[in-house]
Unconditional design. Sequence first.
Length: 599
Amino acid sequence: MCGIFFSAIFTSPNDCGLVAQYQDAFSTISLELRKINAARGPDAQQMHIMSLASSSEARDAVSRILDLEFYASELRLRGQFPVVQPHIRDENILCWNGEIFEGLEISSQENDGCKIFEVLCTLQTPEQIRDLFSSIEGPYAFVFYHKPSCRLYFGRDPLGRRSLLIHKPSTEAPYLLLSSVSAGANPAYDFAELSTEHIYSVDLTLLKDAPSMENGLHSSLTRITRGPTVPHHMKRFDKAGMVNATIPPDDLTILHSLDRVPDHLLKAVDDLIANLDSSVMLQVRDIPDTTMKREGKARVAVLFSGGIDSTILTFLAHRHIPMDEPIDLLNVAFENPRKIRIQKEGNPGGVPKRIRNSQPHCKESLQETSEKVPYLVPDRVTGLKELEELRRVCPGRVWNFVEINVPYAESQAARSVVESLMAPGRTVMDLSLALALYFASRGIGQVKVDPKADPVPYTSEARVVISGLGSDELLGGYGRHRSVFKTGGWPAVISELQEEIDRIPTRNLGRDDRVISSHGKETRHPFLSLSVVSFLSALPVHFKMDPRMEVGIGDKMLLRLASRKLGLIEASGQKKRAMQFGSHSARMEGEKRGDVELE
Ligand SMILES: *[C@@H]1O[C@H](CO)[C@@H](O)[C@H](O)[C@H]1NC(C)=O
């Protein structure tokens, strides 16, 4: 993805007092933040500086200037020609980190950033600008300076698929910063994730004459509600809709197997496949060949655990990617000293039986395996199984199953880098997930041309990394759905699903974006297109899941039926497993709880 960095600060050319105190710290972090954002957009980087002088009546003894710095880096994934950001025209300025998949006609030759900038330059009012963003679907974060109104606009897409952090001016650090990623802990800023609820606008005419940055931001900032004023005939992409509250009939039949699609679900299964297929198609087509010598190289990679979500997306991607192009399947496994110790010594730490029993083999055979192959983690086992199924179902495609094996020492060595990328996320669970994503998306590992061949080193250069995130929230894949059903019946399940959808924007998508983009790649989430989200929300809950049925059938039932229909039989029965447990990146030594903050 691209990187964005914006700053606003008061400077004073002939004052060496107050301003100078924080000026040094500011210059240092400004440089660091540009550097870290450059990694997100290796193809081009540029900075544009602009100054606004305070009006004479607002000035005290010294003349004061509001300095604005716009910096953007570009990872080219759309259009025929290289693009250098920020986009500048008629003194309007746009820093764009995003993709537009629906709502604006963009040909395969064109770049979406250029295209939306063209439209933005024709708009006048805050409402028009808000409405433009309500009419496009895709992940984005942006900073836009609108010259005619002297206003700054910034925001993120309604699901928060792209990161944008904000530091609001304080007495000690009196400047405004917006950045895709932070440069690690630093007393010179205090970053928080920007809320996706609004589009923000700052009236710079007010800000430049304000007595201080802190005070000035307060009075010049407007929160623009993502409103319903888009004309009726247009599709709206301003929020994730409401979950269908229809309560299932009392005599709802229980499905005993996935072999046959019951009549009342025939249409829903077909519609789900069609919706997902279109989402995947929009997200894997038109990716330019950025270097000329890429023949035989994959442009698309999948975060591939062999679970049902990643497998179904892989299969659909296969339909839309030319047959002579391989697809990289990224499968990550961690050497986890705690797991290995447990396997060797039995279970001295008293790991609950539930966890022990979920191990794929009995203790003896595990001990043997772990010494020979410490990387035979649960996701590796299912990944390899699914690879076989894909080879059967999609003959003729080259699948690069990239075994990414991370020795303990290597994961520990990367810890400080990963902690800095994931900030302001700082819990134990943030770290275990971020580590898994960091190494998986980096794509350095080995492949075997066939199961018996020796592995050869391989690095995935695919810039688009597909992730199956979102299906558990949308289709009812979590264990807690069963527990709330037991206590509160269907109404409780419906409100649980609603809460989960409402939480998507504040969950971990920003963190994941910061980690994955640090390799100059971008993650895309076909389940989390607002079109797929509103299609699934509108389906009655009992079409999607049935908490009365066993795990592996009732959770995400509709997706399992769709997967069967597509011929992915093995995948259709896979049980849910979180990435940090499937890859063994969680709990490498202690037994800390996931929500505890790191020391
Ligand atoms: C909820 O589902 C029912 C049954 O399929 C459908 O008739 C109704 O239109 C849906 N409601 C919403 C708000 O989508």
